[in-house]
Write a protein that binds this ligand. Structure first.
Ligand code: ZN
Length: 70
């Protein structure tokens, strides 16, 4: 699934960052020009608050998270 995403506000190039949560992947699209941010769940758009909730409920360590000595 590759799409050349563009900002809906200014048409600038979007940078995508994917996160894995328990129920699937979440992708953040951040505009390189105006910093507009949108979130995508597996099936459609989602919101930052929802993603944060899902991240909090996700047990696996995040890729860029701090390493925890266990
Ligand atoms: Zn923009």
């Amino acid at each position: 699934m590759s799409r050349a995403a563009k900002c809906q506000k200014c048409g600038g190039a979007l940078v995508s960052i994917s996160l894995r949560v328990t129920s699937g992947d979440r992708t953040m699209y951040s505009c390189s020009k105006c910093d507009n941010r949108t979130w995508d769940a597996d099936g459609g758009p989602t919101q930052l608050a929802d993603v944060l909730g899902e991240l909090a409920a996700t047990k696996v360590p995040r890729r860029n998270g701090r390493a925890k000595a266990e």
